[in-house]
Design a protein around this ligand. Structure first.
Ligand code: ADP
Length: 478
């Protein structure tokens, strides 16, 4: 008997309708579970419940909020192996990556448990005599959270935890590809002592449930992570109704490798950044920009490394790279590989569909030699597909790195302090990495990008307060 993952609305578990198979991308013959979706009316009920619970939750003491978040974090950490297994089966990243993500989700709840006790304020003397000014942060109200499938525990955690820490209530819509992780998280949250309705899980399509959240009159803010197309659509709708919104969208992140780099480390950074998590990270390095003097050697070493990686089922112990998460993403990856070939880029390695045993979405990591104008070098693919491009020195490499509509993160491998320092200042991104993979960020510091990658306040760390609170300035005559 496989489990049916349920919705959670106003403190009640709701099965939903249109019961659908939750697919296991490593083995299409062994589904993860089943799930039912809710309709627009049920979604409005969830927003209504969150609205009702919000004043009660906001009035709790910081200690109570800290205790609730700490309990959630503790349970996630205690069950990280089991949750990681569910995540690996459902999303397809390797078991070690999945357990790591579960642990990170737990740490995020723990971090925001601490932040609930440290909500900052200021007191200033007025320019007028006998007047004092307090500046405080208040909850925004009801926050809608629309999440993607690629980090099905960590991304919901880094949105839900700060929302609750600062006294907001939540309506959470996961991607339909990962209802199991959302349900597991909701079960843990439901046991932590929140008032009824303070946290709601609504499963369904973006068009029905996502749109209903956005349109709900009771919604005060929306935090979204997903594609550029959806993000821009949400932004337009939010602007029309004056809704506070935060968007994390795509990336086409560059990794520069200079001639003076430690090449072993550079190859490791490229493999990790471009291909781990099957390349399905918005922080993936999909453009490898390599100084001409070491280009051929770098490519040779990278190919050797790629040849040694094992693509296989997410739960298999020797798997380095799991399957692509869904049929839709698999088709998109294969389409981009064809586009690359058609536009004249040279496929240096991989790109073949693989058959390691069970029926699944297995794809050999692909490396192209591309030109800056190629579509595969400019558009986000979101799969294990990267391009390598030569650069004539640091200045050229930086210009290529910044020549993109995106600006999430960028990396450089170099032993030059001068170039590393210049790069940190001049990379047009929200996150810069030196001698590290572009992917792999800490949970306690700001996350987000510039240009077409992000909109609104940064996520995570203490910066999360910008989005999840609103500032009040109060004047008092003594
Ligand atoms: P991805 O490529 O990661 O699937 P999407 O932007 O399609 O990116 O999906 C990210 C999240 O946004 C998912 O939870 C999805 O259901 C939701 N979504 C998609 N379209 C809409 C929409 N029109 N309104 C609200 N949410 C949407």
């Amino acid at each position: 008997m496989i489990e049916t993952f349920q919705n959670y609305i106003a403190g009640e578990w709701v099965v939903g309708s249109n019961i659908t198979i939750d697919e296991n991308p490593s083995d299409l013959d062994s589904p993860v579970g089943k799930f039912g979706v809710v309709d627009a009316q049920r979604t409005l009920d969830a927003v209504g419940a969150a609205q009702k619970a919000q004043p009660t939750w906001a009035a709790t003491t910081p200690q109570r909020r800290a205790d609730v978040l700490d309990a959630i974090g503790s349970e996630i950490l205690a069950r990280k192996a089991e949750l990681g297994r569910l995540l690996a089966m459902e999303e397809g990243k390797s078991l070690s990556e999945s357990i790591g993500e579960a642990a990170r989700a737990g740490q995020i709840f723990k971090f925001f448990a601490g932040e609930a006790l440290r909500i900052p304020g200021e007191w200033l003397a007025s320019t007028r005599p006998g007047v004092g000014i307090e500046i405080t942060r208040e909850p925004v109200g009801v926050v809608g959270i629309i999440a993607p499938w690629n980090f099905p525990l960590a991304i919901p955690a880094w949105k839900i935890a700060p929302a609750l820490a600062y006294g907001n209530t939540v309506v959470f819509k996961p991607a339909e590809t990962v209802p199991g992780c959302a349900w597991a998280l909701a079960q843990i949250i439901s046991r932590a002592g929140l008032p009824q309705g303070a946290f709601n899980l609504v499963i369904g399509s973006g068009r029905t449930v996502g749109q209903a959240i956005l349109d709900a009159p009771g919604l005060d803010a929306l935090s979204f992570t997903g594609s550029v197309a959806t993000g821009n659509q949400l932004l337009r709708s939010a602007a029309q109704r004056g809704l506070k919104i935060q968007l994390e969208m795509g990336g086409k992140n560059p990794l520069i490798v200079l001639a003076d780099a430690d090449l072993d480390n550079a190859v490791q950074c490229a493999v990790n950044g471009a291909y781990f998590s099957t390349g399905q990270r918005c922080t993936a390095s999909s453009r490898l920009i390599v100084e001409s003097a070491v280009h051929d050697e770098f490519v040779e070493r990278l190919q050797q490394k790629l040849a040694s990686l094992k693509v296989g089922p997410a739960l298999a112990e020797d798997t380095d790279i799991g399957p692509v998460a869904s049929q839709q993403q698999f088709e998109q990856d294969l389409a981009y590989i064809q586009i690359g070939k058609d536009e004249g880029a040279t496929l240096l390695w991989g790109g073949e569909q693989l058959d390691p045993g069970p029926r699944g979405y297995y794809l050999q990591p692909a490396l192209f030699a591309a030109e800056p104008g190629h579509r595969i070098a400019t558009e986000e693919i979101f799969g294990p597909v990267a391009c390598v491009m030569p650069a004539d020195g640091y200045d050229h490499a930086l210009a290529l790195a910044n020549d993109t509509e995106f600006g999430l993160c960028a990396g450089i491998c170099t032993t030059s302090l001068k170039h590393a320092t210049h790069f940190k200042r001049h990379a047009q991104v929200g996150m810069a990495m030196v001698n590290l993979p572009t992917a792999g960020v800490d949970p306690h510091v700001a996350f987000g990008g510039r240009k077409g990658s992000s909109y609104g306040a940064r996520e995570q760390g203490r910066y999360a307060a910008e989005f999840y609170t609103t500032v009040k300035t109060a004047y008092t005559a003594a």
